[in-house]
Ligand binder design. Structure first.
Ligand code: EPZ
Length: 429
């Protein structure tokens, strides 16, 4: 079993480069299935969710050529069987994108029901509603979702909830459908825009991504392309929080500052100095953080994927803070782990009330999911003493080289391997 061992109290100082966006990469990779050519994708993060998706495409028959640690070339034209039903498909929420991509190319798809981080029910009803509008009927049998249409025809989809996954999945199914598709109440996240830009680079006609109305005119074919993935908004936000938590002075290179606006605004409210430049941010913190209230919302609101990290930060702020989770039903499961370190947090459903402590103390804890794991690292970096973090595999799903990046900033962090059994095998989001 792998564990992280962190000796807290060291200020983070220096500069690191932010990697490509996980939630763009895990959607752009299945989108390659729609192409009649070869796709070269750069700035792809070397993380386990991305590698799992690449393995699934390879198993489906795609030709994969790793050009470097962060560049890959994929030819999915040899894929002929619109099925992805292996176990690893079930382990990752992003596997649901295989439905939209296979439907978009073959007008039929069979995909194992995806799993994902466990913070409440993660339904697919909005995805399936969109496919139905395009003419696809679906069944669920023995854990496999099967969707099929004679051919896909564009239509008008009004999403009941703002859903990143449904917005992307319907885009994938619609880009080669006959006629025009309109997605209303669409998600506006940066990775939704990145997927739309990738599709357009292959010759698709997707307009309005980044607004709540996306219009897609179907095209016959999509060509090969060369595309570079945007930097990861949540990875950047995580390191901004880590710099603030340790009273550090850190420059994050390769960011899009516009994608960080809600995170920057909240950190500034807490008293953190954030200076924005063309493709980097400079984060400095002196003295105690101020309390503040946070409500997570779909983009451009404060991102839910930064909720655990900001809660860890507020655990030692001066005063009482309230964090309200506006997207997921149960995304505070990690609070129990923070309380093992001395945090004073009361949770009631989607609201956490945080009494800031002077300092947290190191303890043995575990990552309960990807972003919760990041929150434990932030708490441990600022804490007094040593923290052991188990279930490291969750963290490796979404953070490229996190130990090396933190070590380069002066953190006392290392991975150790022990033979004790892991409490549970991890699912991935
Ligand atoms: C994506 O998940 C991200 N995952 C999540 O990030 C992120 O938390 C989430 O978007 C919200 O930003 C990936 O991109 C791989 P949703 P997704 O569909 O698409 C409800 C991380 O840490 N809903 O936007 O599954 C749903 O229950 C991961 O990187 C329906 O009701 O999220 C939730 O309340 C964790 N029906 C809300 O919408 C549906 O058909 C938003 O979910 C779909 C969603």
């Amino acid at each position: 079993m792998k564990k992280l061992v962190i000796n807290g109290g060291k200020q983070l100082n220096g500069k690191i480069r932010i990697s490509g966006a996980k939630n763009a990469a895990v959607a752009i990779l299945p989108a390659v299935i729609l192409s009649d050519g070869v796709c070269r994708i750069e700035n792809i993060p070397n993380i386990s969710d991305v590698n799992a998706m690449v393995n699934i495409l390879h198993k489906m028959g795609a030709k994969v050529n790793r050009l470097s640690k962060t560049a890959i070339e994929i030819d999915a034209t040899p894929v002929t069987n619109p099925e992805a039903v292996w176990d690893e498909v079930m382990d990752m929420r992003a596997s649901s994108y295989l439905l939209g991509a296979l439907l978009g190319r073959f007008s039929r798809a069979s995909v194992a029901m995806p799993g994902g981080c466990d913070f409440g029910v993660r339904p697919l009803d909005q995805h399936l509603k969109g496919f139905e509008v395009l003419g696809a009927k679906h069944t669920v049998d023995k854990g496999i979702i099967r969707a099929e249409a004679d051919s896909l025809t564009g239509g008008h989809v009004y999403l009941d909830v703002v859903s990143v996954g449904a917005t992307i999945n319907i885009m994938l199914a619609a880009v080669r459908a006959k006629g025009r598709t309109v997605i209303e109440n669409a998600a506006r996240e940066p990775h939704v825009v990145d997927v739309a830009n990738f599709l357009n680079s292959m010759g698709a006609d997707v307009r309005g991504a980044g607004t709540n109305i996306i219009k897609i005119n179907g095209v016959e074919h999509l060509n090969g392309t060369s595309y570079s993935i945007i930097p990861d908004q949540i990875e950047a936000g995580t390191y901004m929080a880590a710099a603030a938590a340790t009273g550090g002075d850190v420059v994050l290179q390769n960011v899009i500052t516009k994608h960080l606006e809600s995170i920057t605004a909240k950190l500034r409210e807490m008293g953190v100095e954030v200076d924005e430049y063309d493709d980097c941010v400079h984060v400095r913190q002196h003295g105690r953080l101020h309390r503040c209230n946070v409500k997570t919302m779909p983009h451009p609101g404060f991102p839910t994927d930064m909720q655990p990290q900001i809660t860890a930060l507020l655990s030692t702020a001066d005063g009482t803070s309230i964090v309200t989770e506006g997207v997921w039903d149960h995304r505070f499961s990690y609070v129990g782990e923070l309380k093992r370190m001395g945090a004073n947090i009361a949770v009631d459903s989607r609201v956490a009330v945080i009494q800031g402590m002077d300092i947290l103390n190191g303890a043995p804890v575990k990552a309960t999911d990807l972003r919760a794991g990041a929150a434990m690292i932030i708490a441990a970096l600022a804490a007094n003493g040593t923290t052991h973090i188990e279930e490291v595999q969750y963290i490796e799903r979404g953070y490229e080289d996190i130990v090396e990046k933190l070590q380069s900033l002066g953190a006392d962090i290392k991975i150790i391997y022990t033979d004790e059994p892991t409490a549970q095998t991890a699912q991935t989001a």
